[in-house]
Design a protein around this ligand. Sequence first.
Ligand SMILES: Cc1cc2nc3c(=O)[nH]c(=O)nc-3n(C[C@H](O)[C@H](O)[C@H](O)COP(=O)(O)OP(=O)(O)OC[C@H]3O[C@@H](n4cnc5c(N)ncnc54)[C@H](O)[C@@H]3O)c2cc1C
Length: 303
Amino acid sequence: MSLSTEQLAEIEEQRGQTAPTRRAVSEGLEERLFTAHPVLDHGFVRVIDYMGDDAAICQAARVSYGKGTKSVQNDEGLIRYLMRHWHSTPFEMCEIKLHVKLPVFVARQWIRHRTANVNEYSARYSILDREFYIPAPEHVAAQSEINNQGRGDALQGEEAARVLDMLKSDSMRCYDNYEAMISQDGQQGLARELARMNLPANVYTQWYWKVDLHNLFHFLRLRADAHAQYEIRVYAETMCNIVADWVPFAYKAFEDYRLGAASLSAQMVNCVQRMLRGEEVSQENSGLSAREWREFETIVRGN
Ligand SMILES: Cc1cc2nc3c(=O)[nH]c(=O)nc-3n(C[C@H](O)[C@H](O)[C@H](O)COP(=O)(O)OP(=O)(O)OC[C@H]3O[C@@H](n4cnc5c(N)ncnc54)[C@H](O)[C@@H]3O)c2cc1C
């Protein structure tokens, strides 16, 4: 995470200011406000602002006049009920605004989540920093042999060194040329909006990203999952920790009913019922394809 002394001072100054408010306050999130939580080699996630807390979800669900809290226990029970039964709109009443610094290839995956509001750093207006994501050696991995959309074992020795060297030298060379093209020393200088096309997808960008809690959970369900690419998953995991401090009841319900939950098809439910009756169920008599059966076994047997 490369924040300048001035940027760190700005953050500290913001953190030093408090104002009395009648609005809902989440103590856990107040602690985290504005702090940059490091992700990857130069990235971060910072909470800029938020609206609502666990009680606000209950307040909306009950359409109540006051704070809506009958008791803390009632609130937790209600939140768990809402999550379990996909009653999602009360979760949309909470919002969070994040400042995220991330490599462009991660941003491309992230931006597919259309239910957020985004404002990105303008590389037409400003000059991008010389910051590129270079994976740690344990993440420089080979193409997976079983999953076309994934990675296998980490590359070793000379091969790993050669790949890392190519990643670093290509990044630096492209940036040198970017700088040379926009330079106005003795030349007119290429427009920034054009020169940036020379930069590789591991260059860092930044954005403000605002989303409601329901859609954030949807994002986290997909991107904190083991199937998501490591480089976006680490952002999602950082955000999970933030959300756990912001709305602890809602986050626990999300962990239990979404993140750690599994969904079974009608045929899979039938298999479970037959197994519970003591029947010998195999892929051949299950009505499931070989792939479905593997997924089913992973869920019910944990292997
Ligand atoms: C492991 C993984 C692998 C992936 N691989 C690929 C890939 O190979 N290629 C690829 O192109 N993408 C890929 N994606 C991206 C994926 O297909 C989705 O685009 C992305 O996860 C965003 O999901 P979403 O549309 O549900 O989210 P959001 O855009 O946040 O939408 C949330 C929900 O709102 C609703 N919604 C939003 N906008 C619309 C709309 N215009 N019309 C109808 N309903 C809408 C839908 O119900 C949607 O589920 C991958 C994602 C993951 C997690």
